[in-house]
Design a protein around this ligand. Structure first.
Ligand SMILES: [Zn+2]
Ligand SMILES: [Zn+2]
Length: 450
């Protein structure tokens, strides 16, 4: 049992652009309110009547990051038909749908739309054979290998229930279909395009990610950190090339790069609180052409992860300092010091859930789904999700992203990882649970009144 749980949690929210979910959750089981049976029945009926076919359509037609035109058009049409005021083309292909329902607070619900350049081999009955030409001009098979098709299907299910249940809540509901999560571009692009200025600014922002490693139909609401930060960093190490037999007349960038790789590990081991999450991985090192030539340069590619803004700064600033000073110590001339470049796009802060709101949502979701379906588990790994941009302190929004299990019964001994051609989730259980949990949470947040 323990073994089984570990396997589930390892793949938890492996989600996304750069992957994972953490934090020990030992929350008190609050007294659950009675489940709304009418909601359960309505969502199940909607799945049979509409959502199943909608998921099938999305699953067969996945689109690459930033190229979700077909998906966005379908989302917009569905939302318009439900009476929402819909704006398309926000931050690229993003869709914003607003439903005003009297006085009260504003709640935003987010779903991401993009698929991945992977050829599906999942064994699903409705595999994608869809292809798209990517932004580099290369034709790619595309697959919903992260489960974003369940997110957008559930958003439509949620939209339908919230519209039908207007008597149960009061306030302003904002639904967004976000592009390009897998490149951690879409959230930032929608915000830059006026998501919080052209549309009602939310007090609360919520969303879920399906998790192929959690039993289908279960939910986990991380009480604090849901995803880590992720930054891609390139280091160009420069030296003075020459003959491999005469190192004294060169400055060897291979040696310098090697020391930099080693010294970077002291960030994790010596500069960050040992109880804090931090990773500096050098995933690529390239330099040189031949045994007996000392090259001019060596290039390193890093991924940097943390669970807090403070640790992120320690790591990123430390990389600059260590690269520069290691090079100086090894006699690299001042005009050839390493060039350290942080990617402006492959960069996201940690997604830190608003704890009070997370606890409240956990209670509301447990009330609807039953306590036994709400998990209290430990995050594994340091995956990233650009939902983090909505949760960034500068916006002052109480943001919570939670996990909905999608592991099909037949795969429980071999949970397929996210971003794998074998990725497959149980759409019915995860979409129904996703809608019920989201509606229960949203109605509870609206009931706060403001
Ligand atoms: Zn994802
Ligand atoms: Zn993903």
């Amino acid at each position: 049992m323990r073994h089984q749980q570990r396997r589930f949690t390892q793949q938890l929210l492996a989600g996304c652009a750069m992957l994972g979910l953490a934090a020990v959750a030992t929350l008190p089981a609050t007294a659950a309110t009675a489940a709304d049976q009418a909601l359960s029945q309505a969502v199940r009926a909607d799945y049979q009547a509409n959502l199943s076919a909608l998921f099938d359509d999305f699953h067969r037609h996945p689109e690459l990051s930033g190229q979700e035109t077909r998906t966005a058009a379908r989302m917009a049409a569905e939302l318009k038909a439900l009476g929402y005021k819909v704006t398309e083309g926000v931050g690229g292909t993003g869709v914003v749908a607003v439903l005003e329902n009297g006085p009260g607070t504003t709640v935003m619900i987010r779903a991401d739309m993009d698929g991945l350049p992977i050829q599906e081999r999942s064994g699903a009955s409705n595999p994608s054979t869809y292809k798209q030409v990517d932004r580099d001009g290369v034709e790619q098979y595309v697959m919903h290998a992260c489960g974003h098709d369940t997110h957008i299907t559930a958003l439509i299910g949620t939209a339908r229930q919230m519209a039908a249940r207007k008597a149960n809540w009061s306030g302003t509901l904002v639904l967004i279909a976000q592009p390009a999560e897998e490149r951690v571009e879409g959230a930032r692009a929608m915000i830059a395009d006026g998501l919080f200025t052209r549309f009602p600014k939310p007090e609360y922002a919520i969303g879920f990610h399906v998790a192929s490693g959690l039993p289908a139909g279960t939910v986990w609401v991380p009480p604090s950190v849901a995803y880590s930060s992720a930054d891609s960093v390139d280091i160009k190490v420069r030296g003075i090339g020459g003959h491999g037999a005469s190192p004294q007349s060169t400055v060897d960038p291979v040696t310098v790069a090697s020391y930099i790789v080693t010294n970077l590990q002291t960030l994790r081991s010596r500069e960050v609180d040992p109880l804090q999450g931090a990773v500096v991985t050098v995933g690529s090192i390239h330099g040189g052409t031949k045994h007996n030539i000392i090259p001019e340069e060596v290039n390193l590619q890093l991924t940097v992860r943390s669970d807090s803004y403070e640790v992120r700064d320690i790591l990123l600033d430390g990389i600059d300092r260590i690269a520069r000073n290691t090079a100086l110590a090894l006699n690299v001339p001042e005009d050839k010091l390493p060039v350290v470049v942080r990617s402006p796009t492959e960069s996201t802060p940690p997604a830190v859930n608003h704890s009070e709101t997370a606890l409240r949502m956990r209670s509301a979701i447990a009330g609807q789904l039953g306590d036994e379906r709400v998990l209290d588990i430990t995050r594994q790994g340091m995956g990233a999700e650009d939902f983090a941009f909505y949760a960034a302190p500068e916006h002052g929004i109480k943001a919570v992203i939670f996990a909905v299990g999608g592991l099909p019964e037949d795969l429980k001994d071999t949970p397929p990882p996210h971003h794998s051609p074998l990725f497959r989730i149980d759409p019915e259980s995860s979409i129904i649970a996703g809608v019920e949990a989201t509606v229960a949470a949203a109605e509870d947040l609206f009931s706060s009144g403001h």
